[in-house]
Design a binder for this molecule. Sequence first.
Ligand code: UD1
Length: 387
Amino acid sequence: MGEFVQALGSIMCVVGARPNYMKMAPLIRSLRSHPDAPETVLVHTGQHYDVAMNDRLFADLKLRSPDVNLDVGSGTHAQQTSEVMRRFEPVVDTMQPSCVVVVGDVNSTLACSLVSVKKGIPVIHVEAGLRSFDRSMPEEINRLLTDQICDVLYTTEHSAAENLRREGISMQRVHFVGNVMIDSLMASLQHAVPLPAVLANYGIDASVFREQPTFGLITLHRPSNVDHRGSLEEVLTILAGVSRKLPLVWPLHPRTRASMERFSLWERLDQRRVVALPPQGYLEMLGLIKDAALVITDSGGIQEETTALGVPCLTMRENTERPITVEQGTNVLVGRDGGLILRHVDEILAGAGKRGRVPELWDGRASERIAAHLVPWLARRGESIYA
Ligand code: UD1
């Protein structure tokens, strides 16, 4: 089998933004340890570039430095997507990979899929089929379009296959393998950094956490929550109410920090009860999630990580593309309904929060299953091309 795979060229793995790294790291490790796999090449589009959003996570995840960095940076959706496409095309032309592997739903995921498929290079989508059914989310558009044009679709939960079937995608291309993000979580949990060590990095006075060691973790970055003054004010009012019940730790995404500044909202934060931090590394985030009494978030990945760790999660969105975290896990959708959120917080603090179970195949071995499927798939494809 090996000779056909080698003849086809490398497996080109693409990352662009922070949530991609924890999905790609275990996958690259599994591909590299598969005896028949061709070499892997890592391309970073540069959608995220700050040390805090990028380099620290690479180090934490032991993800090797990218072989190619496209350095696209920030921009409007059209600018960012088109710039990734423009810069990715010559890389594909030069390297002629056997396939391009994309993860998740960021602009880089769609941009690189589109370039590859038009060159006849198969696209492999990891975390396929998730749907929020909310087309105002840029990620939903990226998911729908990527899944339509890719060749192999690896899914994390059963609802994904149903979504793909409804969209007319052949079930022969769809494979339920579990959740690569949980592979990273399991591999790194023992190195998670606890809250006191995180705060010490910034010389922050942690007295409030000594008086009341239970804390809540906040992460918010969705445009619908943070891009408009009205919605961000609502969020801050809700967080003020929650912070009267337990102190909060809030690593601020650059998008959110920019809005806080643009709308002059810093004074709305009671900084004795809400500790705002810069974006955190992967091991710091794991430590904060693991030890939090509850998490309030609008992130997709954190809905999954809290479910895997059994930590109560209140998701400030009206929908989720990850319904298994609600059906089986600890996740509850609360939107920006302040009354509902405070009721859930009271329940959780009284020990009556939602309990869940870890979904099927979220067992730390999803990337092994992908490698075990993908390598022979490439070999069969190679045989048919060279036959
Ligand atoms: C992107 C993804 C989103 C993902 C999120 C995780 C899309 C459409 N969105 O959203 O799905 O959940 O990443 O973080 O792909 N910025 C920096 N430093 C950086 C990167 C960004 O300061 O390293 C700032 C820039 O001002 C930029 C803004 O953050 O304009 C937003 O970045 P962008 O990549 O456009 O979108 P995210 O909100 O990060």
